[in-house]
Write a protein that binds this ligand. Structure first.
Ligand code: SOE
Length: 389
């Protein structure tokens, strides 16, 4: 019988929902796990909203101050689903109290904070992970398997785009509970930390460290009404960001992200081209991994030229990553399942006293790339990232 693991969730927004759902479902679909999450306490600043959320999701209790939550003896794990400017303080306090720590991406406001957070959880010896959930899309995990199996060969090009369109209207305000992502003081950056952090995490997972970058950013709407102050204030975030990258393995990368790509809602794509093969993924078609095989590692021979072509793999078979936990072959899973899969990996590793990837140290590398991107956009020069994996 799995032992209970008492969860203290901080935040009741989009991620509070996604994570809470994962805690509720993980033991049912991954019955082998040794710990069973219990929704012990929901923490949020607005007491009414926190209570309503707690009731809807079945949390046993409510706190309005995370400082009290992290000190509670009946909580084993702290999950940080708050805006970015509070990640550091909550994580440090949670680790100091010996709690397991999960944190929403990006890990921190900048690499300095992320470094301190990584050091602190390591010194405390507590399992930790950052919710870069797209690694847990079965098709993305299959891409990693394809790379590990040597099917790409020498990598030449990595191409990523993460496009949305929800901030085009000039009368969208900034700040406050709902639009803190547009407020640089709370978010740290715009699309670089919010969207490109996902792309960078996936890229470095598949293709190794990014060593240097050259970036350009743009803020298309210079001022927006701030929901908290009631004043029209300058916009400090990057609305769009494009950067060139060099990977440690010698390959070249291009990364593009914006919230101004009319028609694109959550268009997160990547392609990796190597000498022996290529993979392509599009989150708007998440059941598929496209694979092009030029040379087979099994035979070491070139695939017959007249039969080559992109192969669309419907990643729903029980032989595919995570899919043996879900439905019968051919039945798809979706966005919510990426969080459940991630949580299952976390719980399995934590039961062995380990942190799964991406842990805080790994997310620090992504943060370093984000910082280098912003620095390069500012200076116009190539910037070394210092990222290592
Ligand atoms: C931004 O719109 C956002 O909600 C990100 O913050 C999430 O990380 C991303 O997965 C979906 O888009």
């Amino acid at each position: 019988m799995p032992e209970p693991l008492n969860v203290g969730m901080v935040g009741y927004g989009f991620m509070g929902k996604a994570h809470s759902n994962a805690y509720l479902k993980v033991s049912r679909f991954f019955p082998e796990l040794e710990r069973r999450p219990v929704l012990k306490c929901l923490c949020g600043r607005n007491a009414d909203k926190a209570s309503a959320f707690a009731r809807r999701w079945g949390y046993e209790s409510v706190e309005t101050d995370w400082r009290r939550l992290v000190e509670r003896d009946d909580v084993d794990l702290i999950d940080i689903g708050t805006p970015n400017d509070s990640h550091r303080d909550i994580a440090l306090a949670a680790a100091a109290n010996g709690k397991w720590v999960l944190c929403e991406k990006p890990l921190a406001m900048n690499a300095t904070e992320a470094e301190e957070m990584a050091r602190t959880v390591e010194a405390a010896g507590v399992p930790n992970m950052v919710w870069f959930n797209y690694r847990r899309v079965p098709a993305v995990a299959l891409a990693r398997q394809v790379v590990d199996e040597g099917r790409i060969g020498r990598p030449f090009h990595y191409r990523a785009a993460y496009l949305q369109d929800w901030t085009i209207a000039e009368d969208v305000p900034q700040g406050g509970e709902t639009l803190w992502r547009l407020d640089a003081a709370v978010a740290g950056s715009g699309v670089t930390g919010d969207l490109l952090a996902h792309s960078i995490d996936t890229a470095m997972w598949l293709n190794g460290p990014i060593t240097r970058v050259s970036a350009d950013t743009q803020t298309f709407v210079a001022e927006r009404l701030h929901q908290e102050t009631g004043q029209v204030q300058p916009v400090g975030i990057d609305d769009a960001c494009m950067f060139l990258a060099r990977f440690a393995n010698g390959s070249m990368g291009t990364f593009e992200s914006t919230r101004y790509a009319r028609g694109r809602k959550n268009h997160n794509t990547f392609e990796l081209n190597g000498a022996d093969g290529a993979v392509h993924f599009d989150l708007e078609d998440p059941q598929y991994l496209d694979f092009f095989e030029h040379t087979s590692p099994e035979t070491g021979r070139k695939v017959s030229e007249h039969l080559t072509g992109w192969r669309r793999i419907h990643v729903t078979g029980s032989e595919h990553p995570y899919m043996d936990k879900w439905w019968v072959p051919g039945c798809t899973i979706g966005y919510e399942h990426t969080f459940i899969n991630a949580l299952a990996d976390f719980l399995a590793a934590a039961a062995e006293g380990r942190s799964p990837q991406p842990d805080f140290r790994c997310a620090l590398q992504t943060q370093r790339v984000c910082d280098a991107v912003l620095e390069s956009a500012e200076s116009g020069a190539w910037v070394e990232t210092g990222a290592q994996l």
